[in-house]
Ligand binder design. Sequence first.
Ligand code: FAD
Length: 352
Amino acid sequence: MQIDYIIVGHGLASVAVVEHLKKYSKSFLVFSDENPNASSKVAAGLYNPVTGRKMKQTWKATELFPYLEEFYSGLEKSTQGKFLHKKAIYRPFLSLEDQNDWMAKTNRSDHFINATYTVSHFPEYINDEFGGILLNRSGFLDVKEMLECHRSKLISDKQFRNERLDFEKLDIKEDRILYNDIQSKSIIFCDGPLSKNPFFDWLPTAPVKGEILHIKTEKPLPNEVIFNRGVFLVKSPKHDYYRVGATYEWNNLDYEPTEKARKQLTDKLDDLLNIKYEVLEQVAGIRPASKDRRPLIGNHPELKNVFIFNGLGTKGVSLAPFFANEFVESIINLKKLNDEVNINRYYPLYSS
Ligand SMILES: Cc1cc2nc3c(=O)[nH]c(=O)nc-3n(C[C@H](O)[C@H](O)[C@H](O)COP(=O)(O)OP(=O)(O)OC[C@H]3O[C@@H](n4cnc5c(N)ncnc54)[C@H](O)[C@@H]3O)c2cc1C
């Protein structure tokens, strides 16, 4: 079999890269070992242009957010799936001071803000006595559903192999790559965290474990918004539970749910919700983050046909589409890749 690209992994990164390769009619084959704890399978899929205690616009929000909605809507059409859920995020103010700080800022022309409230807006469900802020251009991607739809399409187009790619069997020559029965021009690693990739083990990664609870509330929460303060509550579109998350843990990088994370999440939930709930399940995953919190994208320092698209960290849903477009344009049209994401910033760390 002769192809243009071998793609390793099938998560948010791979889907975005593959879809942009298709635009240029490139041939490819995706290998994925289908780890049930893969970051993309565990993620709640929230996208939110304004984050943190200080409610700051996220990096490159004005470019990333319009692009992600266009990208995933297009993918829904081509896979006949439904996984993009555009929804306003409601973030209650923490205190009168928080409210005042925010009201002082709202005369700025910020198109991510839908409305601000100075009195409680959802008193039947949450503690929001100081009101809150409603954000635009936010929502969630049902990542698991998106991956299933995408995978089915790849299988029917004979572009998917449900197997782990064995690094040792790769034979990388200057003008081609050989792997079992396949001859490919190039290879792109979209293999997420902890994959022990020998080609890119010199990159400064900083994987972060995250845990999420699945809970059932005594009555359904309003469907038009996602509550988010300290924790987010995202309704599973197909099932009768909410995803609540997430925690951050830089040590103990395993897939085991912990008591510590459960307590952190339930403490925050108790602070936010004023209705009863029951914890149904707890899941853990590991985010592929980098030391400087920017994606790790680009070409191997010596092997001109070996590439990486990784390091999406906590924001895979919003980063993947925009940077996959930039990445694919850089390898096909030789356009310059954004310096902040290009792994050439770390070339001095590489020794052959
Ligand atoms: C608890 C938690 C909550 C999160 N919530 C959000 C959120 O709300 N919003 C958001 O934007 N992001 C969120 N994230 C982050 C997001 O999940 C990641 O940024 C994203 O999933 C990374 O995608 P990826 O494709 O790079 O990696 P992965 O999803 O890890 O995919 C890589 C795939 O490659 C496969 N693979 C690895 N090596 C090989 C090999 N040799 N051969 C074959 N296959 C291989 C793996 O099995 C895996 O399936 C969350 C993450 C966690 C853990």
